[in-house]
Design a protein around this ligand. Structure first.
Ligand code: GDP
Ligand code: MG
Length: 175
């Protein structure tokens, strides 16, 4: 029996943008309105078959920057990023600050990830909400400028969630 290829994916972005919710929707097809905020790490795996390739995704969500007083976790940052093959950078389309912080997250990723060819996907989440602050065009522009993939999603309705992971994995496999 063949041993499955494991791809390490990282999810980063400001607190409350929906990282854990996206992961839960993708792996369990569930959504919780009152998601418990995570301390430290979330980790889930999922086996997927894309273009005839079956791979195991090992998906890590960092919450190290979520709350003050978690400076002690900073020392873990390099090991979190090590050998990441794909990165999902999430912001909330109804919260412009989380979009503006993407640049910082990208810098952190570029600083700590040893793999220079890591594939990046920017995700504008919570598109089900009516109070949008960041347009699709702005999201696309950011992605173009930083040579990342781009998708908009809702963990609540499941819009774009499967697509996000599929497109990212497709690109990793092709590279
Ligand atoms: P994280 O801190 O980035 O992991 O964010 P969470 O996954 O914990 O989500 C933060 C809050 O936003 C929770 O109350 C979720 O229920 C809510 N949430 C997450 N994704 C969506 C979404 O796509 N639409 C809506 N309406 N709410 C969402
Ligand atoms: Mg979380």
């Amino acid at each position: 029996q063949d041993v499955l290829t494991v791809l390490k994916l990282l999810m980063i972005g400001e607190s409350n943008v929906g990282k854990s919710s996206i992961l839960l929707r993708f792996t369990e097809d569930e959504f919780h309105e009152n998601m418990q905020s995570t301390v430290g790490m979330d980790y889930r795996t999922k086996q997927v078959t894309i273009d005839g390739n079956t791979v195991k995704l090992a998906i890590w969500v960092s919450h190290f920057n979520d709350t003050a007083g978690q400076e002690r976790f900073r020392t873990l940052t390099p090991s979190y990023y090590r050998d990441g093959q794909g990165a999902i950078l999430v912001y909330d389309v109804t919260d412009r600050v989380t979009f503006m912080k993407l640049e910082t997250w990208l810098n952190e990723l570029n600083t700590y990830c040893n793999k220079t060819d890591i594939i990046k996907m920017v995700v504008g989440n919570k598109i089900d909400l009516p109070n949008r602050e960041v347009s699709t065009e702005e999201g696309l522009q950011f992605a173009r400028r930083h040579q990342t993939l781009y998708i908009e999603s809702s963990a609540k309705t499941a819009d774009g969630i499967k697509c996000c992971f599929e497109e990212l994995v497709q690109k990793i496999i092709q590279t």
